[in-house]
Design a protein. Sequence first.
Lengths: 275, 275
Amino acid sequence: MLNERPSMPAAVERAKSGFVYNFMHKLGEPRVLGWISVAFVLIMWEVVVAAAHLNPIYLPRPTHILIALVKMFQTGGLLSDLLATLGRIFGGFAISLVIGTLLGIWMATSERVSAIADNFIAALYPLPKVTLIPLLIIWLGTGGPFMLTISALGAIFPIVINTVLGIRQCDSGLILAARDLGATNRQIISMVLLPSAVPSIFAGVRLGIGVSIILVVAAEMVVGKVGLGARLYLAGQILETEQVFAVLIVLAVLGVAVTKVQDLIDVWLSQWRLS
Amino acid sequence: MTNRETGADVAIDCYDVSLTYSAKSGAPIEALQRVSFRIDPHRVTAVIGPSGCGKSTLLQIIRGLLRPSAGEVRFVDAQTGATAPTSPRMATVWQSFNLFPWRTVGENVGFGLEVRGAPRNERAERVRRSLAQVDLAGFESKYPRQLSGGMRQRVGLARALVMEPEILLLDEPFGALDAQTRLVLQEQLARLVERSGTTAVLVTHSIEEAILLADTVLVMTARPGRIAAKINVDLPRPRSMATTHLSGYSSLFDQIYGLLRDEVVKAMVIETESA
C-alpha cells in the first residue's frame, strides 16, 4: 500500500473501510466501551485470582461463580427463592399502588382528609422502614402477611405523595373543560385528574419499587426461610462465597430488569405530555 | 339553534350580575358590577373590553361554572319571556384549547358524548361529522401534541360543536394563535356559525374580530366590569377580510375604539397599582 503511494484521500477512504479501522471505531462507541470494560474487569478478576491462588472463600473466580449459579438454579431451588421474592415485592407493591393511589386521590380532592393524613405521612415517610421490621414481626409474625406489609410500606409513601402532587398540578383549564362538557365530579376524577396524574404517579412507582426490593431482601435476611435474601444470608453463614456472589448476580439482574421495564413504560407515558 | 325539546328560541338575560372575589391579600376585588344585558337567539354577540375587565368571568357565569355574588342569569323564551323549563345545551371553546393531552383527537371530541353515556357507534359517527365540519376529517387517531395551534383549536371547536349547543361560548378562541391562522379561522368560524344558526357569545380582545363575527358588540369598562355600550353591527354577510374595506366597518371600528381606549388606559393604571 505504501509502495503504491496513493493520494491521501484515497488512503483515508481505504483505511476507513478496513476491518481494523472499523473495529477501533466501534471500540470508541460509548455502548461498546461500556461492555468491553465489564469484560475486561471480569477477565482480570479471573486471571489475578487464578494466578495469585487466592482462597475462594474470600474471592472466588467468576467462572466458578457462574457454575455455582447454574447449579443453584438446576438443583438448588434458587428459582423458587426468586419467585418467592418476586411475589413478595410485587404483591406488596400492588397493594400499595391501589391503596396509595386511592388515598392520594382522596387527599388531593379533600382538604380535610389531607389535613388528617399529612401529619402521619410527615412522621412516617422519613423513618427508615427497616426499623419497622422488629415491630412488624411482633405484630404479624414472619410469614406472608409480614412480607407483604413490609413490601407495601416501602412503596406506599412515594406513591401517595406523588399522586397528590400529580393531581394538584392538573391544569385547572382541563377541569373546567370537562365540567363544561357535562362531566360529573366522579367522572372528572377518573377521566381527568387521574390520567393527568399518571406520569407523576409513575415517578412515585419508580421510587417505591426500589424501596420495596430493599425492604423485602432485608426482611428475608433477618427472618426468611425462602427467598433471595434468606439464601444470601445462609450462604454467607456457611462461607459459600460462590453462592453469595451468585445470589448477588440474580439481584443485580432483577434490578436491571425492573429499570428496563420502567424505561419502556416511560416511553409509553410520553403521550401524556403535551409538547 | 332552536331548543329541540321545546321548539323555543332561548335568549340569555343577565340581571344585575356582580362578582366579587378576594385577592390573595384578602382584599375584596370587584370583577363585575351590576352587569345587565340580553343576548338574542341565533345571533352572535361579542363581548369586548380591556384585560381584567371580567369578560371571561362573565362567560363562565353564563355557563354556570361560576356563581355570581349577586344577580342572576336567566334563560328565557325569546317570544314569551317565560323562563325556559330546562337550561339550554351549551359548550365552550377555550383560549388555551384545554384539550386532554392523553386522549386522541377523536377521544377529545367525543368526551362530552362519552360522559353522557352515548353509545360507541353513535359517538364515532358524530365525532366524524364534527371533525369534517372543521376540515379535520381523518384526524381521529392523532394526539393534540401532533397538531399545530390552529388545528388544535379546530379540535376544540369540533369538541364544542359535537354537543349541538344551542349556545356556543367562545372565550378568546383565537387569542393564542398567530395573526394569519387567526384570520383564516375567523372566516371559518363566521361561516360555521351562520350556517348552524346557533346563538354565540364571543369574548375577544380584537375589535376586528368582534366586527367580523358579531351581530351585536357589548363594550365593557375596566374593572369593575360594566357594560359601557351595546353596538349593532349591520354590515352585510357573509363577511370576510373584504368587509374591512367598507366605510361602515371603519366607522364602527372608530366608535368601538373610542369607547375602549379610555377603558384600556384605566385598566393599565389598575394593573400598575396592583403590581
